[in-house]
Design a protein. Structure first.
Length: 262
């Protein structure tokens, strides 16, 4: 059969992603990606340590990250993202910049990390007062607060789950409950939901409609910033970071439309 009329396959642009060994949300990352971009993911080597500051340091060692980046260069991505929040904030602002430099030395140009993307997103939204939701322990959450403080960002409220494993199994209902707790009675300009292993895609527009402030998450900002380096846009209906029109808050959703996620 003559299939020349198909004219394909359609050209694809590549975006490399380095994720920690326990990352379980590949499909969530893909949901933010336009059709003409392909994700090429690789993971850091397994480390027998629970989610902690120690694990954050181990998965972000420059040699480990450089090796991961080099495995991606073979497929010639146009940019590489390090999709790990704690691994990119654990050493502060200087540490995040050093990670990008290590990725660049290994062949990733341009390079972006989740925590660097977070600061870019806050600048995009003009926000300096942030409420936090994290699945982490108190010590890891404190390190995130310190990272934001170094960037001149005030944390107005915070709720954390204290988890050390299986973060990807947290349901949207729990994320929403923590978001309300973090924002309650504060003057937050933005809510940030941390950890690339915490599912957030579907809950973001629902929370924005309820809380009346932009809601951003680790995976969302990572994809948004990385795709900007390709000169393209992330896909996310009714998400304020990705769509300026969504920042004009509509009336709150009726309760019956919120069933199933609250």
């Amino acid at each position: 059969m003559d299939v020349t009329f198909l004219g394909g396959p359609r050209g694809q642009r590549g975006l490399g992603v380095v994720a920690p060994f326990d990352f379980a949300l590949d499909r969530e990352l893909w949901r933010w990606v336009p059709d003409d971009v392909s994700l090429h993911l690789t993971r850091t080597p397994y480390v027998p340590v629970e989610v902690s500051l120690d694990l954050a340091r181990r998965v972000s060692e420059h040699e480990t990250l450089g090796d991961a980046v080099r495995t991606l260069i073979a497929v010639a991505p146009e940019a590489v993202a390090y999709a790990c929040t704690s691994g990119s904030f654990v050493a502060g602002i200087a540490g995040e910049r050093a990670l990008c430099e290590a990725m660049t030395r290994a062949g990733a140009t341009p390079a972006v990390t989740t925590s660097g993307a977070l600061l870019e997103a806050l600048a995009e939204l003009g926000a300096h007062r942030v409420a936090l939701v994290t699945p982490y322990t108190e010590s890891v959450t404190h390190a995130l607060r310190e990272y934001l403080g170094q960037a001149g960002v005030t944390v107005t409220g915070c709720a954390f789950m204290g988890l050390t494993r299986h973060i990807w199994k947290v349901p949207y209902r729990d994320v929403a409950d923590m978001a309300r707790q973090a924002v309650s009675a504060t003057a937050a300009e933005v809510l940030f939901i941390s950890c690339t292993n915490l599912p957030t895609y579907d809950v973001i527009p629902q929370l924005e409609a309820e809380l009346r402030i932009p809601v951003i998450s680790a995976n969302q900002v990572t994809m948004w910033a990385a795709l900007r380096r390709l000169g393209t846009r992330a896909v996310g209906p009714y998400q304020a970071l990705l769509d300026e029109g969504a920042r004009n808050w509509p009336p709150a959703l009726p309760e019956e439309q919120q069933e199933g996620w609250t």
